[in-house]
Design a protein around this ligand. Structure first.
Ligand SMILES: [Zn+2]
Length: 246
Protein backbone atom coordinates (compact mmCIF):
# COMPACT_ATOMS: atom_id res chain seq x y z
CA UNK A 1 0.00 0.00 0.00
CA UNK A 2 2.91 2.29 -0.77
CA UNK A 3 1.21 4.30 -3.51
CA UNK A 4 -0.83 6.53 -1.17
CA UNK A 5 -1.34 9.33 -3.68
CA UNK A 6 -1.67 7.15 -6.74
CA UNK A 7 -4.71 6.90 -8.93
CA UNK A 8 -4.97 3.13 -9.12
CA UNK A 9 -8.04 1.45 -7.67
CA UNK A 10 -6.24 -0.09 -4.71
CA UNK A 11 -4.80 3.24 -3.57
CA UNK A 12 -8.21 4.89 -3.98
CA UNK A 13 -9.94 2.17 -1.96
CA UNK A 14 -7.30 2.47 0.78
CA UNK A 15 -7.89 6.23 0.97
CA UNK A 16 -11.65 5.62 1.17
CA UNK A 17 -11.29 3.14 4.07
CA UNK A 18 -8.87 5.38 6.00
CA UNK A 19 -10.97 8.52 5.46
CA UNK A 20 -14.27 6.79 6.30
CA UNK A 21 -12.75 5.29 9.46
CA UNK A 22 -11.58 8.70 10.71
CA UNK A 23 -14.94 10.31 9.85
CA UNK A 24 -16.83 7.52 11.64
CA UNK A 25 -14.73 8.12 14.76
CA UNK A 26 -15.58 11.82 14.54
CA UNK A 27 -19.28 10.90 14.23
CA UNK A 28 -18.97 8.70 17.37
CA UNK A 29 -19.85 5.58 15.35
CA UNK A 30 -16.38 4.00 15.63
CA UNK A 31 -14.12 4.42 18.65
CA UNK A 32 -11.16 2.43 19.94
CA UNK A 33 -12.50 -0.61 18.12
CA UNK A 34 -14.60 -1.51 15.08
CA UNK A 35 -13.48 -1.57 11.43
CA UNK A 36 -14.29 -1.03 7.78
CA UNK A 37 -13.38 -3.53 5.06
CA UNK A 38 -13.72 -3.34 1.29
CA UNK A 39 -13.03 -5.75 -1.56
CA UNK A 40 -10.04 -5.36 -3.84
CA UNK A 41 -10.79 -5.79 -7.55
CA UNK A 42 -10.37 -9.11 -9.35
CA UNK A 43 -10.95 -11.37 -6.34
CA UNK A 44 -7.66 -10.22 -4.79
CA UNK A 45 -9.09 -10.26 -1.26
CA UNK A 46 -10.01 -7.16 0.72
CA UNK A 47 -8.56 -4.24 2.66
CA UNK A 48 -8.92 -3.96 6.43
CA UNK A 49 -6.99 -2.14 9.14
CA UNK A 50 -4.82 -3.85 11.76
CA UNK A 51 -6.28 -4.60 15.18
CA UNK A 52 -3.96 -2.15 16.93
CA UNK A 53 -3.87 0.95 14.70
CA UNK A 54 -5.89 3.85 16.12
CA UNK A 55 -9.12 4.40 14.19
CA UNK A 56 -8.69 8.14 14.76
CA UNK A 57 -5.31 8.26 12.98
CA UNK A 58 -5.62 5.51 10.39
CA UNK A 59 -3.50 5.98 7.26
CA UNK A 60 -4.12 4.33 3.87
CA UNK A 61 -0.63 2.82 3.69
CA UNK A 62 -1.20 1.02 7.01
CA UNK A 63 -4.09 -1.09 5.67
CA UNK A 64 -3.68 -4.82 5.21
CA UNK A 65 -4.64 -6.71 2.08
CA UNK A 66 -6.14 -10.03 3.23
CA UNK A 67 -7.29 -12.96 1.06
CA UNK A 68 -10.56 -14.88 1.47
CA UNK A 69 -8.76 -17.50 3.59
CA UNK A 70 -7.78 -14.82 6.10
CA UNK A 71 -4.11 -14.76 5.03
CA UNK A 72 -2.38 -11.36 5.07
CA UNK A 73 -1.04 -10.74 1.55
CA UNK A 74 0.35 -7.27 2.11
CA UNK A 75 0.97 -4.85 4.96
CA UNK A 76 2.46 -4.90 8.44
CA UNK A 77 0.71 -5.97 11.64
CA UNK A 78 -2.11 -8.35 12.48
CA UNK A 79 -5.74 -8.13 11.38
CA UNK A 80 -8.41 -7.31 14.00
CA UNK A 81 -9.63 -10.11 16.30
CA UNK A 82 -13.00 -10.02 14.50
CA UNK A 83 -11.51 -10.54 11.01
CA UNK A 84 -13.74 -13.61 10.56
CA UNK A 85 -16.82 -11.37 10.68
CA UNK A 86 -15.70 -9.45 7.58
CA UNK A 87 -14.38 -12.57 5.85
CA UNK A 88 -17.56 -14.63 6.17
CA UNK A 89 -19.91 -11.76 5.28
CA UNK A 90 -17.85 -10.84 2.20
CA UNK A 91 -17.91 -14.54 1.21
CA UNK A 92 -21.64 -14.96 1.83
CA UNK A 93 -22.74 -11.69 0.18
CA UNK A 94 -21.34 -11.44 -3.35
CA UNK A 95 -23.70 -8.49 -3.95
CA UNK A 96 -21.88 -6.15 -1.57
CA UNK A 97 -18.39 -4.58 -1.58
CA UNK A 98 -17.91 -3.16 1.91
CA UNK A 99 -18.58 -4.08 5.54
CA UNK A 100 -18.65 -1.93 8.70
CA UNK A 101 -18.58 -3.48 12.14
CA UNK A 102 -18.97 -1.04 15.03
CA UNK A 103 -20.20 -0.81 18.60
CA UNK A 104 -22.64 2.08 18.11
CA UNK A 105 -24.25 2.82 21.51
CA UNK A 106 -27.70 3.54 20.09
CA UNK A 107 -27.70 0.34 18.01
CA UNK A 108 -26.71 -1.75 21.03
CA UNK A 109 -29.46 -0.12 23.12
CA UNK A 110 -32.05 -1.62 20.75
CA UNK A 111 -30.76 -5.14 21.50
CA UNK A 112 -31.35 -4.67 25.22
CA UNK A 113 -34.93 -3.44 25.52
CA UNK A 114 -37.58 -6.03 26.23
CA UNK A 115 -40.41 -5.87 23.73
CA UNK A 116 -38.88 -2.94 21.80
CA UNK A 117 -37.61 -3.47 18.25
CA UNK A 118 -35.78 -0.83 16.22
CA UNK A 119 -38.22 0.44 13.60
CA UNK A 120 -38.01 2.60 10.49
CA UNK A 121 -38.71 6.11 11.75
CA UNK A 122 -36.89 8.53 9.46
CA UNK A 123 -37.21 8.59 5.68
CA UNK A 124 -33.60 7.49 5.03
CA UNK A 125 -34.24 4.35 7.05
CA UNK A 126 -36.00 3.04 3.93
CA UNK A 127 -32.59 1.45 3.29
CA UNK A 128 -33.52 -1.19 5.89
CA UNK A 129 -37.08 -1.87 4.79
CA UNK A 130 -36.30 -5.57 4.22
CA UNK A 131 -35.63 -5.87 7.95
CA UNK A 132 -33.04 -5.36 10.70
CA UNK A 133 -32.46 -8.77 12.30
CA UNK A 134 -30.80 -9.15 15.71
CA UNK A 135 -28.09 -11.79 16.08
CA UNK A 136 -28.42 -13.59 19.44
CA UNK A 137 -24.68 -14.33 20.06
CA UNK A 138 -23.35 -11.46 22.24
CA UNK A 139 -19.70 -12.59 22.14
CA UNK A 140 -16.91 -11.25 19.95
CA UNK A 141 -17.00 -12.85 16.54
CA UNK A 142 -13.61 -14.51 16.38
CA UNK A 143 -14.36 -17.98 15.01
CA UNK A 144 -15.41 -18.95 11.50
CA UNK A 145 -18.54 -20.75 12.80
CA UNK A 146 -19.62 -17.66 14.77
CA UNK A 147 -19.08 -15.45 11.73
CA UNK A 148 -21.00 -17.84 9.47
CA UNK A 149 -23.89 -17.79 11.96
CA UNK A 150 -23.85 -13.97 11.90
CA UNK A 151 -23.86 -14.00 8.07
CA UNK A 152 -26.91 -16.31 8.21
CA UNK A 153 -28.73 -13.92 10.57
CA UNK A 154 -27.86 -10.99 8.27
CA UNK A 155 -29.24 -12.98 5.34
CA UNK A 156 -30.11 -10.73 2.39
CA UNK A 157 -30.51 -7.60 4.58
CA UNK A 158 -28.22 -4.56 4.84
CA UNK A 159 -27.89 -4.39 8.63
CA UNK A 160 -27.67 -6.80 11.54
CA UNK A 161 -27.82 -5.82 15.21
CA UNK A 162 -25.69 -7.93 17.53
CA UNK A 163 -27.13 -8.54 21.00
CA UNK A 164 -25.30 -6.49 23.66
CA UNK A 165 -22.36 -6.04 21.28
CA UNK A 166 -22.84 -3.94 18.17
CA UNK A 167 -23.89 -3.55 14.60
CA UNK A 168 -22.75 -4.71 11.18
CA UNK A 169 -23.69 -2.86 7.99
CA UNK A 170 -23.05 -3.87 4.37
CA UNK A 171 -23.09 -1.68 1.26
CA UNK A 172 -21.99 -1.31 -2.34
CA UNK A 173 -19.01 0.96 -1.53
CA UNK A 174 -17.17 2.59 1.36
CA UNK A 175 -18.85 6.00 0.82
CA UNK A 176 -22.25 4.24 0.77
CA UNK A 177 -21.36 2.46 4.01
CA UNK A 178 -20.44 5.75 5.68
CA UNK A 179 -23.73 7.34 4.61
CA UNK A 180 -25.70 4.29 5.78
CA UNK A 181 -23.93 4.38 9.17
CA UNK A 182 -24.82 8.05 9.65
CA UNK A 183 -28.47 7.39 8.76
CA UNK A 184 -28.63 4.24 10.91
CA UNK A 185 -27.52 6.32 13.89
CA UNK A 186 -29.99 9.14 13.05
CA UNK A 187 -32.86 6.64 12.85
CA UNK A 188 -31.95 4.92 16.12
CA UNK A 189 -31.66 8.34 17.81
CA UNK A 190 -35.07 9.40 16.45
CA UNK A 191 -36.74 6.30 17.90
CA UNK A 192 -34.91 6.71 21.20
CA UNK A 193 -36.10 10.32 21.43
CA UNK A 194 -39.70 9.20 20.89
CA UNK A 195 -39.32 6.54 23.61
CA UNK A 196 -37.65 9.01 25.99
CA UNK A 197 -40.55 11.44 25.44
CA UNK A 198 -42.76 8.66 26.76
CA UNK A 199 -44.57 8.45 23.42
CA UNK A 200 -45.41 5.41 21.35
CA UNK A 201 -43.20 5.21 18.22
CA UNK A 202 -45.14 5.56 14.99
CA UNK A 203 -42.96 3.90 12.37
CA UNK A 204 -43.14 4.61 8.63
CA UNK A 205 -45.97 2.69 7.02
CA UNK A 206 -45.67 0.47 3.94
CA UNK A 207 -47.41 3.13 1.86
CA UNK A 208 -45.01 5.78 3.10
CA UNK A 209 -42.03 3.54 2.25
CA UNK A 210 -43.38 3.09 -1.30
CA UNK A 211 -43.67 6.87 -1.56
CA UNK A 212 -40.10 7.43 -0.29
CA UNK A 213 -38.72 4.85 -2.75
CA UNK A 214 -40.33 6.70 -5.65
CA UNK A 215 -38.08 9.68 -4.96
CA UNK A 216 -34.96 7.80 -3.86
CA UNK A 217 -31.71 8.99 -5.51
CA UNK A 218 -29.20 6.84 -3.62
CA UNK A 219 -26.17 7.44 -5.82
CA UNK A 220 -26.60 11.24 -5.84
CA UNK A 221 -27.21 11.28 -2.10
CA UNK A 222 -24.11 9.21 -1.35
CA UNK A 223 -21.93 11.49 -3.50
CA UNK A 224 -23.34 14.58 -1.80
CA UNK A 225 -22.80 13.30 1.76
CA UNK A 226 -19.36 11.80 1.03
CA UNK A 227 -18.25 15.20 -0.30
CA UNK A 228 -19.74 16.94 2.75
CA UNK A 229 -18.18 14.62 5.33
CA UNK A 230 -14.77 14.46 3.61
CA UNK A 231 -14.47 18.27 3.32
CA UNK A 232 -15.77 18.81 6.87
CA UNK A 233 -13.18 16.31 8.15
CA UNK A 234 -10.40 18.20 6.34
CA UNK A 235 -11.48 21.57 7.77
CA UNK A 236 -11.81 20.04 11.25
CA UNK A 237 -8.30 18.50 10.83
CA UNK A 238 -9.72 15.00 11.22
CA UNK A 239 -8.19 14.19 7.80
CA UNK A 240 -4.82 15.71 6.75
CA UNK A 241 -5.23 18.61 4.30
CA UNK A 242 -3.02 16.92 1.68
CA UNK A 243 -5.25 13.84 1.27
CA UNK A 244 -6.88 13.65 -2.15
CA UNK A 245 -10.65 13.11 -1.90
CA UNK A 246 -11.29 9.60 -3.24
ZN1 LIG B 1 -17.27 -6.20 17.82
Amino acid sequence: MTNLHGNDTKARLAREVAAATRILVDEKILDYSGHVSTRLPGGAGFLIQTGLDSRAELRPERLLAVDYNGKVLEGEGNPPAELALHLEILKARRDIESVLHCHMDLAIAFTMMKGVKLQLMRARAVRWESGIPTHPDPSHIKLTEQAQALARTLGPHHAVLMRGHGLTLVAESVPALLVDAVHFQENALAMMQVLQAGAEPEALTEDELVQINKHEMREFHIGKLWNYYFKKAVSDEVIPADWIQP
